[in-house]
Design a protein around this ligand. Structure first.
Ligand SMILES: Cc1cc2nc3c(=O)[nH]c(=O)nc-3n(C[C@H](O)[C@H](O)[C@H](O)COP(=O)(O)O)c2cc1C
Length: 248
């Protein structure tokens, strides 16, 4: 065990923050951590937008009923971004670049790059005693997010990260065991896979029944069947295409 592993294994999302902004030195460090991430083909196809304006935070919070989008020490919006890659191209080059970055491959690269940067930021933050919670619910109104931050073509908002000094103690949420997520050389057969899931369901049932807040009766597999029953946002596909991503 070392401090890095300890930070990773102690992760839990924090949703209640002290009402103070992140210290400037902490913000600088977590931005450096994000910028240091691996990136496909050196593209660095992402942008982070820090949100400090209380009106913009309130507008973001209005998208979903999550007060911690507004009440935090800092909020960072992560976007996939090829806008900067075209800035210095001539008109003819721009046309080719604009065509190529609309591929699924470049969309995946931007999404992965942004996610790696966000996770580096999260771990750096947690190592400094800062709590974090990813915010995917901004996807419920990407048009509003787009307008709020005046995002140009080839820039697509992906998710947010609420950060701040924790004002709550959260238990660690159990995760799928190694047997359910790590296979060697070939995909696991369904019987062995299901045995691992049964074992995890028992762990999760106990966790939901005994945790300190919001106790409930549920298992992981029941919860996932419910989650995947929900239709997702139909506006997402056309929005992404209008932003000139994932069109071919
Ligand atoms: C991409 C992404 C989007 C998420 N969106 C939200 C969100 O909108 N609101 C929220 O409260 N938590 C959100 N979460 C946090 C998850 O609910 C949380 O990571 C998960 O339940 C596991 O709990 P833990 O982070 O405490 O281990 C999101 C996490 C990820 C990775």
């Amino acid at each position: 065990m070392n401090q890095t592993i300890d930070t990773i294994l102690n992760h839990r999302s924090i949703r209640k923050f002290k009402p103070e902004p992140l210290k400037q030195e902490h913000l600088a460090l977590i931005l450096d951590a994000a910028r240091s991430s691996s990136t496909s083909s050196y593209l660095m196809a992402y942008t982070m937008i820090g949100v400090t304006d209380p009106e913009k935070k309130s507008a973001l919070a209005s998208i979903s009923n999550q007060s911690y989008i507004k009440d935090n020490g800092h909020f960072v919006l992560f976007c996939g971004d090829y806008h900067r890659h075209m800035l210095k191209a001539d008109e003819k080059e721009k046309e080719t670049l604009a065509y190529n970055v609309q591929s699924t491959e470049y969309f995946m690269i931007a999404t992965v790059d942004a996610t790696i940067a966000a996770q580096n930021m999260t771990l750096a933050a947690e190592s400094l005693g800062i709590g974090a919670c990813y915010i995917g619910s901004i996807k419920r109104d990407l048009d509003l997010v787009n307008d709020l931050f005046q995002l140009p073509e080839h820039v697509v908002p992906l998710f947010g990260l609420a950060l701040g000094y924790p004002d709550e103690q959260q238990e660690i949420k159990p995760k799928l065991p190694k047997e359910a997520v790590y296979f060697e050389n070939t995909y696991k057969d369904d019987e062995a896979h299901m045995a691992a899931l049964d074992q995890f369901d028992q762990t999760i049932e106990t966790y939901y029944r005994t945790r300190s807040t919001n106790q409930r009766e549920d298992s992981w597999t029941k919860q996932m069947i419910k989650t995947l029953h929900n239709r997702r946002n139909d506006r997402l596909t056309p929005f992404v295409k209008e932003k000139k991503f994932n069109n071919r």
